[in-house]
Design a protein around this ligand. Structure first.
Ligand code: ADP
Ligand code: MG
Length: 465
């Protein structure tokens, strides 16, 4: 016995039951993944303890365990390491089956069902967020096409084949879910007899696998094929899941053939979806494909202004401008930063000023700052276009050099904290109007040239990783 005890490495000693760190990690993961993913998967993890090397969780089913391990393992470890850098591993075990589990609302996913289920079984739909309407959506150059497309779909009584399916795509936190919910709300309001169902692809898959297990597949099919409007959010989640893809494809075809509207969102264009069957990609691209780009400064400012007006809190413009210029990654983070400032100042009964905003967001801003430098932008853009880094600050005017340089300036403005003048300086001493001109040029091309816009999106992604 004693030898066994001595054999236990020191790092394996339980040093915390996880109860202090887990809530912090959950908070970070919720921000990172968004509410739906968080609720579907992360919230199902019950933290049972941790050592300095690993964390133990319990989940209700094998399916959840496998899914979490395949999709979120690394991210959970990374989030945990922020609080305890020595953790290298997570263990997930399955809870012993409880007799009551079949009626346990958490397990069945009832926790997120809609009140307005339109005659469709509660398990097959998801709640719409009351805040996500067209009224609260701010349109700008980066999202106006997607916005117009969603509005058109929500206002048209008769389904237009050219807009079916409507495929919305763009990076995380840029408003895809917001637009889908807004479309659903609008249809429900103006045409209450139409059956609208919104569901995340994750939940679609979850329900499908459950239906297979419980021999309920006919019911599953009936539920989704009896709707007038089907919205499936974050389609990338069923990439690589062959049987779910198959079922999704048949549902899609059945609905479209019957002139029912389908709205899909994804994190990339249909043709770029990896591990997705060709025929599905092609079918997804048949209708209307609308992309949402990264926000511009003006849009970010507009969103902040609209939000503070709605909640009726006075925030100095200077603070909003500061946030809009510093938090450029996505709208979710931008809103998160504003909420943090509002919550913090109201708790401590301080007025909101630029100084305390900077103070409250110090960590967030620092991590944004150290992430990307102008040098990195120049290097990656030069690599992509097979140029030398020195071409980035040269004054060569040939298109093959000038265009990538404009892209680099655009990305530098979007992704770093530097001002136009500072960026100009880093590009061989150009003045701020040259940088501004470059940004405008790129913005026009993003709207008109699909290939170019894909290129810029990819570069942006690579830099943000
Ligand atoms: P996505 O589904 O693309 O990841 P969401 O639709 O969840 O992003 O948007 C993230 C947050 O940002 C939501 O709170 C949403 O209301 C807000 N948001 C995004 N774009 C806009 C916009 N153009 N106007 C107002 N709010 C927006
Ligand atoms: Mg979303």
């Amino acid at each position: 016995m004693t030898t066994m005890l001595r054999d236990v490495p020191v790092t394996e000693t339980i040093n915390d039951d996880g109860q202090t760190i887990w809530p912090l990690v959950q908070h970070d993961l919720r921000n990172e993944f968004g509410e739906d993913t968080y609720k579907s998967w992360i919230s199902k993890l019950d933290c049972k303890g941790c050592t300095s090397a690993s964390v133990d969780f319990i989940v209700p089913t094998r399916f959840i365990r496998d899914w979490v391990l395949t999709h979120f393992e690394k991210k959970i470890i990374k989030a945990w390491q922020k609080h305890n850098g020595t953790v290298k591993k997570i263990n997930i075990t399955i809870a012993k089956a409880k007799k009551a589990s079949a009626t346990n609302p958490e397990v069945n996913g009832h926790a997120m069902v809609a009140e307005q289920s339109d005659g469709v079984d509660d398990n097959y739909v998801q709640k719409l967020d009351k805040r996500f309407t067209f009224d609260t959506f701010v349109a700008g150059p980066s999202n106006e096409f997607a916005y117009a497309a969603a509005r058109a779909v929500s206002e048209t009584k008769k389904v237009q084949p050219g807009s079916n399916p409507l495929f919305l795509y763009g990076g995380v936190g840029l408003g895809k879910t917001h637009l889908m919910h807004a479309t659903a709300w609008h249809i429900k309001e103006t045409n209450p007899s139409r059956k609208v169902v919104y569901i995340s692809a994750e939940k679609f898959m979850y329900q499908f696998v459950k239906a297979l297990r419980t021999n309920d597949i006919m019911r599953f099919k009936e539920q989704y094929r009896s709707v007038d409007v089907l919205m499936v959010d974050d389609i990338q989640f069923i990439c690589g899941k062959d049987s779910t893809q198959e079922e999704f494809f048949h549902t899609l075809n059945a609905l479209i053939d019957n002139n029912r509207q389908v709205v899909i969102s994804g994190d990339r264009s249909p043709s770029d979806l990896q591990n997705m069957e060709e025929r599905i990609k092609s079918r997804l691209g048949w209708g209307l494909v609308a992309d949402i780009h990264n926000t511009t400064y003006e849009l970010r400012l507009g969103i902040l202004q609209s939000k503070v007006e709605r909640v009726g809190i006075v925030v100095p413009n200077q603070v909003l401008e500061f946030l809009a210029s510093k938090i450029t990654s996505n709208v979710r983070e931008l809103e998160g930063a504003l909420n943090k400032v509002i919550a913090h100042t109201s708790l401590t009964r301080q007025e909101i000023t630029l100084a305390n905003t900077q103070d409250i967001l110090r960590d967030l801003l620092r991590s944004n700052e150290k992430n990307i430098t102008i040098d990195e932008v120049q290097k990656k853009v030069a690599e992509r276009y097979n140029l030398k880094v020195s071409d980035m600050y040269s004054s060569k005017r040939s298109r093959t050099v000038a265009r990538p340089r404009q892209v680099a300036m655009y990305l530098a403005k979007q992704l770093t904290i530097y001002s136009l003048a500072e960026i100009g300086k880093k590009f061989g001493g150009k003045d701020h109007t040259t940088v501004m001109h470059a940004i405008k040029k790129v913005e026009v091309l993003l709207k008109t040239d699909r290939e170019f816009s894909e290129d810029v999106r990819l570069l942006m992604k690579v830099l943000q990783c």
